[in-house]
Design a protein around this ligand. Sequence first.
Ligand SMILES: Cc1ncc(COP(=O)(O)O)c(C=O)c1O
Length: 445
Amino acid sequence: MTSDRIKDTIRAISIKDPGAATAYHALPDGVRKKVLAGLDNKGLRDLTGLIKRSKKQSSSDADKRFLEIASSLVRTPFYLIDETLLEENMRILRYVKDRTGCKILHALKAYAAFATFPVMRKYLDGICASGLNEARLGREEFKKEVHTFGAAYSDHEIGKILKHSDHIIFNSFYQLERYGEKAIKKGIQVGLRVNPGHAEVAVEMYNPCTPGSRLGIVHEIFKSEFPKHMALVDGLHFHAMCEQNSDVLERVLRSFERLYGPYIRGLKWINFGGGHHLTRDDYNLERLIRLINVFMKKYGVQVYLEPGEASVLNAGVLVSSVLDIVWNKIETAIVDTSAETHMPDVLLMPYRPHIMRSYLPKKKKYTYRIAGPSCLSGDVIGDYSFDRPLMRGNRLVFTDMALYSIVKNTTFNGIGLPSIMVIDNKGKLKLVKKFGYSDYRDRQS
Ligand SMILES: Cc1ncc(COP(=O)(O)O)c(C=O)c1O
């Protein structure tokens, strides 16, 4: 029976049957590995292409769902997470694991809506946390491996952090000396975050290797201190990327190996951090797979990746309503969602999020500035044009809003937090969280 399924799947891949990706994903772990072993390089590349195509198809199906739900629900604003799209992302991550034997963690800092953890848990090895609260959420809600990295830990939190972590990563030799033995006594693996000496992140604010960065031990210090402390260390961690493709990883790895290669043998693992935009359509998965395979073979270590964005890329939207339209040299639509409070990266990066059925300003007949209801004059989401004039009450659907949004929200101006809705993979819509006055009040005193 199993051998028939393997043969059928290989045959479906070889004729590029659109159902082949679904058939592959449905196989149990060991059987998927056998399918991979039965494919030549071309077959493997074809499977990668089919997996990407399946995700694209799911995305265009979901667009219709998003628009329908946006126009049918009475109360806005709300985030709408689509589990089918989330699962397509998870499948891509698991495919990388299947092809390489690497482990993949989800970075909770990007997205922590635990109502959808059951879908993610099936595919990933665990989560990475930035400190106590994320470690605890990972332990209690994700229930798999927890790897914690904090720029500096405090005496009053370290005990609890260790309680909830399987790996702890230190940002200095001081922190390693202070807490390393304690971690080892509890059976926790210990790592050091290093600065790999190369990054290509254009925006300073998001570049972990910007000159003078506090994130990661620099090589000058590492080379003199590591030999004194190596008995305590199980692995190294670097994080140097942001929304980037595997060509950047290749260059970061080259620099990392040049600086730290001589220290890797004898370690158990190397964590390549996050910033890998693995689930983006143009992401070169074959190159990533080659880089990981070569690295693991060369050094005999376990490789970890810890993407955040890639897990939920394009898997959710933010639905809002036009409250009013005012005029001052330009028509501005004031909506019931705010860049400042509900999508802060729009102002920080800055970037212009896409709104479904909208175009660049002036491309279509009706152009509007879309802005939030807060007192901040810069609470502007961007300028957009539309086929038809906007009306008060119209719904606007901001795409790709699951990541770095819910986790970063504030209640500045007392603005309410958007509800969180989930469409499960059977198409059923669920309200998983509604916020109210107490969510504002309880954070003030
Ligand atoms: C240490 C570390 N790991 C993982 C991530 C996740 O990165 P991304 O969401 O860009 O994949 C970050 C993001 O800042 C990070 O700082």
